[in-house]
Design a protein. Structure first.
Length: 246
DNA sequence: CGCCTTTGACCGGCGC
DNA sequence: GCGCCGGTCAAAGGCG
């Protein structure tokens, strides 16, 4: 096996303070881009206050020998704990060298507005066309009004930084672009994508790092409620190689 | 024809 | 209240 890149997050741990759903219903997964491999790992701040930026460096791995910075071919499996993640959370991974530079996750946190029952609506309780459409899209104008004064649970986010020529890495899911924005202080636009699967609200956004345009920051938000779409015949190999569970 | 991207408009949040 | 900013909408156009 040449390029095995598998990342697993303990879903339970990630969901600890998630208010809405039972752990059972929360297993979701991402396919990791097939051309993505790892050579450096999530930041593990020794103290509290995780840095909000994606700046990598004071990373450390728990079973790492000293001089394998860029060419560590065979770190097999390591457990990490991080203050970014909830207590008891863990990441296990198998890695091959190269392009993943940093990785961050965030737990779901509460927004000052929103509604708990949103997911239920998503499951097609409403028959009105507009409602359905809006539900698929996530937040409609109507819904925004409704949301005022309620609480919303923000979907957990997960982001990583890669060095890549292509902006959108193939992760096995189908995405539809719904927006592009020039963000301040960067010369490269940020693109917004939504999973095309019905009732799946996972979003991702892709941007290039201002300081180093060779780097692509991909941020996923939410959990897929379905398997990756396999358009190619080697789907089996793909899922074996690149599933990312959380 | 269906699905996708593009793109300007629009909206809410936030800081001043 | 105002203006900025990030995120989303949705019409229009492109493509297979």
């Amino acid at each position: 096996m040449g390029s095995k890149s598998q990342v697993m997050l303990n879903p339970q741990a990630l969901l600890e303070d998630h208010q809405e759903v039972t752990p059972n219903s929360q297993m979701g997964f991402f396919n990791f881009p097939s051309n993505l491999t790892f050579f450096q790992l999530p930041s593990i701040p020794q103290t509290h206050s995780p840095s909000p930026s994606f700046d990598p460096p004071n990373f450390s791995t728990s079973n790492n020998n000293t001089n394998n910075n860029n060419n560590s071919n065979n770190l097999s499996e390591t457990l990490l704990s991080s203050s970014i993640l909830p207590l008891k959370s863990s990441i296990s991974y198998e890695l091959a060298p190269q392009h993943l530079l940093s990785l961050q996750t965030s737990t779901p946190n509460l927004w000052p507005w929103g509604e708990i029952g949103e997911r239920l609506l998503m499951n097609g309780k409403r028959s009105n066309n507009n409602e359905n459409y809006n539900n698929q899209l996530g937040v409609s104008k109507m819904k925004m009004k409704k949301m005022k004064g309620r609480r919303k649970v923000r979907e957990p986010r997960f982001s990583f930084k890669t060095m890549s020529d292509v902006d959108v890495l193939d992760d096995g899911y189908k995405w539809r672009k719904y927006g592009q924005k020039v963000v301040k202080n960067t010369q490269h636009p940020r693109s917004y994508y939504r999973c095309t699967q019905d009732h799946c609200r996972v979003k991702k956004r892709v941007e290039r790092l201002a300081e180093d345009p060779r780097m692509v920051i991909t941020t996923y938000e939410g959990r897929h409620v379905h398997s990756p779409s396999h358009d190619s015949e080697d789907s089996e190999a793909q899922t074996h190689l690149n599933n990312f569970f959380w």
